[in-house]
Design a protein around this ligand. Structure first.
Ligand SMILES: [Zn+2]
Ligand SMILES: [Zn+2]
Ligand SMILES: [Zn+2]
Length: 201
């Protein structure tokens, strides 16, 4: 699996060579999101501090079954690595080199990534059939949690904060958002969509 167009291009797993975590998942995450929820990546990879020495052999990108596509990534694939060991032959040490076939990043990433497509998990208003912006709703939901916490801090009493008019309306809104997500999940509008790495020709 090699492409002449990629000669001289370095393998670039997770965009480590071109700006790091912003391009995780081949650009499916929106800007400023360095998070990799549920991906269980080694920390160095998650933080984008990791690059590969190999030359790229395959151009590919993340694709979900609903047709979302990330930006193309250039990755190394199966390649030979020369290792060896010393052997004692007739009383003299001799270096015996051997060549082993090792997986490249294309295979490693395909294997490791169970995947979760962000636009399918949190569709925006343009991609959801009922025009609801679930990405914005999810942000608001998280913001409500922060506001409730701040309110409890300010009042010095979490219980009183929850019972206060402000606390009640925040919780009400959070419940409403939760119900909207439940409904959207039941209808399949919001769903976990596995990502697969597919070669781009
Ligand atoms: Zn999907
Ligand atoms: Zn690589
Ligand atoms: Zn998707």
């Amino acid at each position: 699996m090699s492409s002449p167009a990629l000669i001289g291009v370095r393998c670039n797993p997770y965009g480590a060579e071109t700006g790091g975590p912003k391009r995780l998942l081949g650009g499916l995450y929106r800007g400023a999101s360095a998070a990799t929820p549920g991906m269980d990546l080694p920390q160095a990879i998650a933080e984008g501090e990791w690059a590969c020495r190999n030359m790229a052999q395959v151009r590919c990108r993340m694709t979900c079954r609903c047709g979302h596509k990330g930006q193309p990534m250039d990755l190394c694939s199966w390649h030979d690595e020369v290792t060896g060991h010393t052997e004692l032959v007739a009383g003299t040490e001799r270096w015996v080199s051997e060549t082993v076939r090792v997986r490249g990043h294309f295979e490693e990433i395909s294997r490791r990534q169970a995947g979760f497509c962000p636009p399918c998990g949190f569709p925006g208003s343009r991609s959801s059939p009922n025009r609801v912006d679930y990405a914005a709703l999810h942000k608001e939901w998280e913001g409500i949690g922060a506001n409730l916490y701040a309110l409890a801090q300010a009042m010095g009493n979490p219980y009183a904060a929850m019972k206060s008019p402000m606390g009640r309306s925040l919780q009400q809104r959070r419940d409403d958002i939760g119900k909207m997500f439940d409904e959207a999940r039941m209808l399949g509008i919001v769903h976990n969509c596995p990502l697969t790495l597919v070669p781009v020709s």
